[in-house]
Structure formats: C-alpha cells, structure tokens
Design a protein around this ligand. Structure first.
Ligand SMILES: [Zn+2]
Ligand SMILES: [Zn+2]
Length: 267
C-alpha cells in the first residue's frame, strides 16, 4: 500500500478514537462537531470603546493618557472583546488551558474584525498616507497612531513563552493568533527574536504588584536594530499590562518606534 494512504488510514483512525473519547461540541450551544458555531461566534461582543489602559479614561485610540503614559513604554492596548462575556472567557480558557488549538481560528478572527474596525475608524485601510499633508486637516487623525499611518510597514510580534512553558503546553497561543493575523493583513512577522529569558510564575496567580516584579527584565531581543519600526504586539489576554509593557521596554531599547498591544480581552 502507498505510504501516504497508510498514513491517512492511521490518521483517520486516530481522529475517530479522539472523537469518541473527546467529542467536539460548540462551547455556546453544544451543537456537535464544531468548537464554536457561526451563530455563537456572532454573539461575541466586539469592543467599540477606547480608553486609557491604566486609568480607564475614555479617549479616541486606547493610548495611555498623558498622566499614565510616563509609567509605560507601551503606547496603548487595543482590546478586541470583553472577558465579562462568559462564552468568550470560556473560549479563551479552553484554548489556553484545555489545549484546544482549533480555537485559535475564532479568536484570531475576533482580533482581525476588531483591528479592521480600528483601521476603518481612521479610514486608512489599504494605503499609507504619511506623506499626504492634506490628511492632517482631518481632526480624527490627531489621535491616529503612527503605527496605523504606516500600517503596511508594521511588524507583528507575539508575546513569547519561556521554553519550559512552551514544552508544557505544546504551543504558544499568542503565536498562533499572530500567525493568522499577519497572514490576513499581509504584515511582516517576527516570532523568533523576542525571547523570554526568565521562567516566571503564571501571571494569573499573582496580584498587581507581584505581576509587575514577576515579569521585570524577563525579555530580550536577539534581532537587528528595529530602526524606528512600529510594532503590533499580540497576546491572548492582558491584565495589568505589565507583560506587554516589559516586551515594549525591550523592543524600545532596540529602537522600536511605537509599540501597541493587541489582545482578545482584558481579564
Ligand atoms: Zn453554538
Ligand atoms: Zn490614564
């Protein structure tokens, strides 16, 4: 028998057993054979509100406000959805802690829908308009991040996992989301050069102060000088923002331009 056919038989056999042991059903409505059906996916909220990630004051672009920005290297955090939605919270938990890799698809799609919405907000979807002085006349561009003005030049980077945690989970959930997003928007991606040098405790188990010191100086950049390039930094969830901020610190020490976080939710 042809080796590929044999391989397929083994693969189908394995999937068949997996399906019996761990049947797939929609996390929202229990419909069979799908982790999140289209109807339940459409019920997930897309965030339309911008605010300072630290003090919560409403603004136009989710940047840190002038008062808070002194304490952060990160320019701001874009949050695609809402962790208070039980279906979304459950989807993220199953993705991360029950190792259901397939859930990267709906979660990456949420990020993409949200990012498209942010781009549309500034109506700069397909072109760079940095040179066009006329655009400065439009007041909505006052708050337009440089990353969005130069969107096609943006470099997309995921929050890295330490080797030990990667071995434990078998995949980096932030990288899966980043792969999908960079492909969808035709952006350059670098998933190799931002590395986690310290194996830290899981942030979810710590309080606010502990979270900050836990991730302090735990990242390094092994790539070329970033030469002013703007960076979109992806993670699944942000809480205090200290992990994203430590990454931003490392990237800006290596001459990154703006660094914006993009996450599915804050929790
Ligand atoms: Zn459903
Ligand atoms: Zn603030």
């Amino acid at each position: 028998m042809n080796i590929w056919r044999l391989r397929n038989h083994v693969r189908y056999g394995r999937d068949f057993i997996l399906d019996i042991l761990f049947p797939i059903s929609c996390l929202g409505c229990s419909q069979e054979n799908i982790w999140l059906c289209p109807r339940c996916f459409r019920s997930l909220p897309i965030n339309s509100r911008h605010s300072c990630p630290q003090c919560g004051q409403a603004n136009k672009n989710s940047a840190y406000c002038p008062k808070c920005s002194n304490n952060f290297y990160l320019n701001g955090i874009w949050v695609a959805s809402d962790y208070n939605n039980p279906l979304l919270a459950n989807t993220i938990k199953k993705f991360k802690y029950s190792f259901i890799k397939d859930l990267q698809r709906p979660l990456a799609l949420l990020l993409a829908i949200y990012l498209r919405q942010v781009l549309n907000q500034f109506r700069l979807t397909n072109q760079n308009l940095t040179g066009g002085k006329i655009w400065k006349k439009f007041s909505r561009l006052d708050s337009c991040p440089k990353l969005i003005l130069n969107f096609s030049e943006t470099l997309v980077i995921n929050v890295p996992l330490h080797k030990k945690r990667f071995q434990w989970r078998g995949f980096n959930q932030a990288k899966l989301l980043t792969d999908s997003l960079s492909q969808r928007f035709f952006l350059d991606q670098d998933s190799d050069n931002l590395i986690r040098k310290k194996h830290t405790k899981a942030q979810a188990k710590l309080n606010k102060q502990e979270r900050q010191s836990n991730v302090l100086d735990s990242f390094a950049w092994t790539g070329h000088d970033l030469d002013g390039r703007h960076i979109l930094l992806i993670d699944d969830v942000a809480s205090t923002g200290s992990t994203l901020n430590e990454c931003a610190k490392t990237l800006k020490k290596n001459n990154a331009g703006e660094v914006w976080g993009l996450v599915v939710a804050r929790g």
